[in-house]
Design a binder for this molecule. Sequence first.
Ligand code: ATP
Length: 275
Amino acid sequence: ATQSLGDYKVESTFSFEEIGGQRVAKKELSEALDFMVQSKEAQDLGIRPLKGILLCGPPGTGKTLLAKASATYTNSAFLSCSGSDFIEVYAGVGASRIRNLFNKAREKAKKSGKKGAVIFIDEIDVLGAKRGGNRGHMEYEQTLNALLVEMDGLKSHESIQILIMGATNRPDLLDPALLRPGRFDRQIQVDLPDKEGREHILKIHLRNKPVSDEVDLSILAKETVGFSGAQLESICNEAAILSLRLGEKMISFDQLKESIEKVLLGASGDRKALE
Ligand code: ATP
């Protein structure tokens, strides 16, 4: 279910079970989130609230899904945006969008009767890159400062707990101020899936499709070394399209294998276009 709340997308009820592979990331994440869920006990022990988690890894590995599932796990509202949404040529626009985002999150949580909100910022390196340097643009600095101010202002006794989850493939580009304790002080690696992970992801995306009995997912997983979750999803979709075109009712093993090639070619085609 997707509803629109102003400029930001709001979605709900997506769980960790629907994410294939990523065993370590899911475990680390749910352990970190347990602090948020048991906030009363954590507060009594004087543990400072968890404000930011950084998900690091290549595109299409499930970072957005992990953030969504984190919102469900903590019974929080979910808002998602991208670092590039905050980059404007007009001074102050990015900073005011940041403040607006935090207010929207509180508003959304209140409206849906939830105690927390997860704000997901994809491509956080776009807005959180190191200040100064040759980029040296005032607008970026104001936007990043606004984010730091909002994060520092989050208190454990607030009625609505806000957690920021940032995604990046380049944590090394981030301004060190973002990585200081009390900000994004937890980093979780979200890598390309291993063989077992790939099989799991394929299984998830074929779950609601009619698949022929001869299909051996472990062979497909073996033949898709280096594929991301998004590419594996694409294989399943392409195979379904192929069988539809052929007027077949079941997805065959051959159609899935053919789709691996197709997705591979598609990926290299994209790369060519970028050269
Ligand atoms: P980006 O950084 O490019 O936004 P991402 O890491 O956030 O990528 P997602 O948006 O979470 O990736 O994944 C894109 C799509 O790929 C998902 O909607 C899903 O269909 C599929 N996918 C990716 N990873 C997984 C996974 N681990 N399990 C199941 N599906 C996955």
